[in-house]
Ligand binder design. Structure first.
Ligand code: SAH
Length: 237
């Protein structure tokens, strides 16, 4: 897999260091990345992005000590931050076959900002990141969590991600962080020809779907591994 040249790593924000977790987090993060790699994720760019982002900064203080375990953790409002191995897997699927220069030039859309963790990981890999969240309190929390990173390339949007962002389309990549029964039609139309979309699809039984837009009216589906995500919901709250 091609190595991508990443921008300088994200610094651990001051607030996180003050919590004390920041001091030991680098080693813990390396171990987390080793686990993601052992789980089969081989993309060097994805692994480096995961190593660069302090996951503990995004979880509730009560769970900070577990931030580098391979578990989904609560972020409030009945939502969770995804497992690092799952984030790694999704991003590797999204990126497969992209040259480093194409990654840096790409505009990607995330549906389900949650606490903002994956948006910051995406910002390590892609030139422009849009991320939509439907729960206002989480959108605002993510905004606050992202502030210390000073990422001009990330735009957080409050709204129903099923509509996508018409004004920012087309996207080179779309990643959905919540499971719907199908991939919403507007998102399919907002893919650039050649773009890739990765999403968990299903209710009780979910699997990761990769959709590639091969032409104006040509979308190709590949069904991948079984997964477990919170549901994709309509409207905002
Ligand atoms: N990427 C997140 C994972 C959050 S879990 C992270 O790194 O923390 C999935 C998120 O999707 C939840 O916050 C949920 O509120 C949000 N979500 C569900 N349906 C949505 C929709 N239609 N539009 C936008 N966000 C949605």
């Amino acid at each position: 897999m091609a190595e991508s040249k990443l921008p300088a790593g994200v610094a651990v924000p001051r607030a996180a260091v003050a919590e004390g977790v920041g001091l030991t987090s680098e080693r813990a993060r390396q171990r987390m990345v080793e686990r993601v790699q052992a789980a089969g994720v081989g993309d060097a760019g994805v692994l480096r992005a995961l190593e660069a982002v302090p996951r503990h900064h995004f979880v509730d203080a009560a769970f900070a000590s577990r931030a580098y375990e391979d578990v989904a953790l609560p972020i409030g409002h009945a939502q969770t931050i995804s497992r690092p191995t799952v984030v790694g897997r999704m991003l590797e699927v999204l990126l497969a076959g992209w040259e480093p220069a194409a990654r840096r030039a790409a505009r990607v859309l995330e549906i389900g900002t949650g606490c903002g963790y994956q948006a910051v990981v995406l910002a390590q890999l892609f030139g422009e990141v849009y991320s939509i969240e439907r729960i206002r309190a989480l959108h605002e929390m993510a905004r606050a969590k992202l502030r210390p990173f000073r990422l001009a390339s990330v735009r957080l949007v409050f709204g129903d991600g099923q509509q996508g962002i018409e004004s920012a389309a087309p996207f080179d990549g779309i990643v959905i962080a919540a499971a719907g029964l199908e991939v919403p039609e507007p998102l399919l139309r907002q893919m650039r020809v050649g773009a890739r979309l990765v999403a968990p699809v299903g209710a009780q039984e979910q699997s990761l779907h990769l959709i590639e837009r091969a032409g104006i009216d040509d979308w190709r589906l590949t069904v991948l591994d079984g997964v477990r995500f919170v549901p994709l919901r309509s409207g905002t709250s």
